[in-house]
Structure formats: C-alpha cells, structure tokens
Design a protein around this ligand. Structure first.
Ligand SMILES: N[C@@H](CCC(=O)N[C@@H](CS)C(=O)NCC(=O)O)C(=O)O
Length: 206
C-alpha cells in the first residue's frame, strides 16, 4: 500500500497552487518542506526534480514536476472536480496553458519589480511594463466572465483553479483590479473557497 501523496515545496512558493489542488481533491497528502534556495539543491531533491525547482510531486511510482501539470494530474485522478466531457477537458487544457503563458510572465515581471526582489534591485519601469502587459489577459477574463460565474459556465472547475491560483499573486499583493470588476469578483469567489482558505492559511501564516 503506497503512503500518502508527497508534495515537495513550501507554501510561499508555486507549491501553493498544488496545495490548493490537494485541498480541493481531499486526497491524503504530506508536505515535504523543501525551500527554493537550499532545499532544491540537495542531491536527494534533484533526483526527484532535475530542474531543481519546487514544487514536485511523488505519488507511488509517479514523479512529476511543473505546478500546473501536477494540478491537472491530481484533479484527473482524485476528487470530483474533473470535467465529464472531452470538450470541457479541452477547455481546462486551454485555460491551463493560457495562464502559464499569458498571465504568469507579465505577472512575474510586475511582481519581481514590485515586492519579490530586494528594494535596490527593483526597476519601476519594468514593474510598470509588466502591469501594462497583464491588463490584456485580465481584459480577456473580464469579457469571458461577463455572462457566467466561472470559466466553463456556472460551476467551479479545474480551469478556475488553475487561473485563479496563478493570479493569487496579483490579487493578494494589491494589483489594481478595479478596471476588471467581473474578474475581481470571480477571483474573490475562487480564492475564498474553503479548500483554498486552508491552503492560504498555510501560505499567509508562513
Ligand atoms: N514552471 C515551474 C516553475 C517552478 C519554479 O520556478 N519554482 C521556484 C519557486 S516558486 C523555484 O524553485 N526556484 C528555484 C530556482 O529557480 O533556483 C512550475 O510552475 O512549477
């Protein structure tokens, strides 16, 4: 009998996204504290993730890296969030790749230059450029959410989890979402779900 699913990482990292997925699925798991400075460099961790980055997941014989891929796997295998139709699966893949490519890069450009890097290494022009770039995908969300409560329709789905967990960084750290009221209300809904609050408690207490 294999033990619980093991997530390597710390809550104040991209492992947060996987903590949300784990909490949403209800699967038994163990968080193996591994930080992104020293922990990722150990030979034992590099054997799990040769990228030397967190998060990584071990589920029996299955070893995975990439936070959003880990989430797809978890939601496909455990819990009851995974969609019932191939068409909705396609939409989940679409939103997952969209958040990785359209949201994450400009958001990190803004975040690195706003609060992540030490103050003397931040470039305000870069922060402004990232914020400007982020407005385009936020505008897409605003349009899509004009006639529905969630990305695939009425119900929360893995698409909402993937996009909202990436946007948590902007939402939590004061990005101006006022021009995007539908997207803001949707983020408020997604990021205050009971499972997400359990993951947020781990992250925000850390
Ligand atoms: N695309 C990867 C990025 C992973 C990543 O960059 N993780 C950071 C922590 S949030 C890390 O481990 N950085 C260590 C390093 O770059 O040396 C994912 O989403 O899992």
């Amino acid at each position: 009998m294999p033990g619980p699913v093991k997530l390597y990482g710390i809550p104040r990292s991209r492992a947060f996204r996987c903590l949300v997925a784990l909490e949403e699925t209800g699967v038994e798991y163990e968080l193996v504290p591994t930080d992104f400075t020293e922990g990722v460099k150990s030979p034992a961790f590099r054997a799990i993730n040769p990228n030397a980055k967190i998060p990584a997941l071990v589920d029996g014989e299955t070893v995975l890296f990439e936070s959003l891929a880990i989430n797809l796997y978890l939601m496909r295998k455990y819990g009851d969030l995974w969609p019932r139709t191939v068409e909705d699966e396609g939409r989940v893949f679409q939103w997952t790749l969209w958040t990785a490519t359209e949201i994450e890069p400009p958001q990190m450009q803004w975040a690195y230059n706003t609060f992540v890097r030490p103050a003397d290494q931040r470039d305000p022009a870069e922060a402004a450029a990232g914020a400007e770039r982020l407005k385009a995908p936020l505008g897409v969300l605003e349009t899509v959410l004009a006639d529905r409560d969630h990305l695939l329709g009425a119900a929360y789905s893995p698409a909402d989890l993937q996009v909202s967990c990436v946007l948590y960084t902007a939402w939590f750290n004061g990005f101006d979402l006022a021009p995007f009221p539908k997207a803001k209300a949707w983020l408020d809904r997604c990021l205050n779900r009971p499972a997400v609050l359990r993951a947020r408690n781990m992250r925000e207490a850390a």
